[in-house]
Design a protein around this ligand. Structure first.
Ligand code: NAD
Length: 341
């Protein structure tokens, strides 16, 4: 099938071409994001491959459909950026990659925990400048500390397993219990108990109406003073203004985030020559105890290989008229009512 691949970076091309070898589909790579202005680039392409920040809204879909597109192959898990009802009404099939590398994300969360605790980001710069002072680099042992994990699906479970290896106690909160986590000693508690007793809180639930701003002023007030908060899930799980207030008061001792509420304006682009207009984001970067990465937790060779192989296989299924298990339909079961994933 002829596929217009939007938001292409060099790594997308590399891994998609490898997964498409021997050539099954005619992949044409476009750097711009997909939106109503760029949709015309896909004229004559029966399939479009899109990523997390592409705007696959009603007007984009109408342009695509009017020029012959009948398949949107998302190379990501989330589908909040796709108007599924309009896609269905226009006869456009939407497929996605529901899971690719939970280890990569969990390991990145551990990286943030270790770096923040032992101030590796600060030590790196000091040593390069010939400053070998240990002042203000004091950390704590993870052994014996309590990690609160919110969302214990694929990624949360792996984080629990890794932190158990460090000798941590695991508290957990989820709408469903994960028996594998319980089997290694993870203890399910209600959120207030998790907030009150954790030294580190790591977020691994999807962003839904229920989890929007889960970490807000009230939640932060219930946490241990000096809490470490880690978010590799979705930016809007955290009320950024409340977190900034918590950092200023010292109630929050450490913040490690791979995601940010307004990240679509920033992440995945090289803006090093530009003036960043987001004052809240810029302010966050000034705290010595805040570590931000630009939505790279998933970014491992294994994940890119899995994403690309699943995307090619999804396109082949649809082309050959086979049922595709990764098809997303407009009528979703209640538990999948995900706003952003
Ligand atoms: P998953 O579906 O396996 O697990 C999510 C868990 O959250 C489930 O156990 C679910 O029951 C739970 N949950 C749902 N609603 C909840 C609520 N209201 N309160 C508490 N728990 C709730 O998903 P996963 O593969 O582990 O991914 C977790 C999240 O990680 C994703 O939703 C996504 O936002 C994020 N993610 C980030 C990256 C990245 O690169 N930073 C990559 C992939 C996924």
């Amino acid at each position: 099938m002829k596929v217009a691949v939007f938001s292409t970076k060099a790594y997308d091309r590399q891994f998609l071409e490898a997964a498409n070898n021997p050539k099954q589909h005619d992949l044409v790579f476009f750097e711009p994001r997909l939106n109503r202005d760029t949709a015309i680039l896909a004229a004559g392409f029966p399939a479009v491959c899109a990523f997390v920040h592409d705007q696959v809204d009603a007007s984009t879909l109408e342009i695509l459909a009017s020029h012959g597109t009948h398949l949107i192959a998302l190379r990501c898990a989330g589908f909040n950026n796709v108007d599924l009802k309009t896609a269905a009404a226009l006869g456009i099939t939407v497929v996605r990659v529901p899971a690719y590398s939970p280890y990569g994300v969990a390991e990145h969360a551990v990286g943030l925990i270790l770096s923040l605790n032992r101030k590796i980001h600060r030590a790196y710069n000091r040593v390069r400048e010939g400053n070998f002072s240990l002042d203000k680099l004091l950390g704590f042992n993870l052994n014996g500390r309590t990690v609160g994990i919110i969302g214990t699906g694929k990624i949360g479970l792996i984080l629990g397993q890794i932190m158990k290896g460090f000798g941590c106690h695991i508290l957990a909160y989820d709408v469903f219990r994960n028996q594998e986590l319980e089997a290694i000693g993870g203890k399910y508690v209600e959120l207030p108990e998790l907030f009150a007793n954790s030294d580190i809180i790591s977020l691994h639930c999807p962003l839904t109406e229920d989890t929007y701003h889960l970490i807000n002023e009230q939640a932060i007030a219930h946490m241990k003073p000096g809490i470490m908060i880690i978010n590799t899930s979705r930016g809007a799980l955290i009320d950024t203004e409340a977190v900034i207030a918590g950092l200023k008061s010292g109630q929050i001792g450490y913040l490690g985030v791979d995601v940010y509420e307004q990240e679509s304006e920033l992440f995945f682009e090289d803006l090093s020559d530009e003036i960043i207009q987001d004052d809240v984001f810029q302010y966050l970067t000034t705290f010595p105890n805040v570590l931000i990465t630009g939505h790279q937790a998933f970014f491992t060779e294994e994940a890119l290989r899995n994403i690309s192989e699943a995307t090619i296989s999804n396109i082949t299924d649809i082309e050959q008229g086979r049922p595709c298990q990764n098809e997303i339909r407009a009528q979703l079961p209640a538990e999948n009512k995900v706003l952003v994933n």
